[in-house]
Design a protein around this ligand. Sequence first.
Ligand SMILES: [Zn+2]
Length: 198
Amino acid sequence: MTRNFNVSNSHQMKWIFSLTLACLLGQGCYSQNNQKTDMDQHKKNDNPVYSRTDTGKAVMKDEDWKRVLSPEVYYIARQKGTERPWSSKFENLKEVGTYYCAACGNALFKSDTKFESGCGWPSFYEPISKSSVIYLPDNSLGMSRTEVECGRCKAHLGHVFEDGPPPTGLRYCINGVVLDFEKAKEAEKHYTEKKKSE
Ligand SMILES: [Zn+2]
């Protein structure tokens, strides 16, 4: 009797042990995965909508934008300000990579569509995709212009003019303050790291 009891007890113990181990492992994997999903390499402190991967609309109250953006970015992105010409570090940048919205992380322009326009602001002839930017008529300052906003968070980016180079003939004149740039090599590294973690 005693022997039988011991055998069954030991089986039971083994079973409980395996179950606990499975739970622990499962839980471990779960939280690790969670961490990796949230691990947006470019996430900005306190900005809950900043993401290079989320394509959903980024909507926040003005007071929240003011809290999470630097005063320079807030002034241009949310108050439609304009930076001084020739003041952007991106104006003459020739590195290969991608330009993102500094307010929400949305991919906006690729470096191969950037050109030297001589206008004093970073200039591109084409956005990354049709939905990466939106267009609004702007009749302020006695001029008839087309305003360009971020397609995800509606940050004011700049204006588009019809005097650009081929193939589009467009010139997207963009405030460098509202752009984040990532070199292609860095992007590739982050992509590989992300793939490994999946
Ligand atoms: Zn944006």
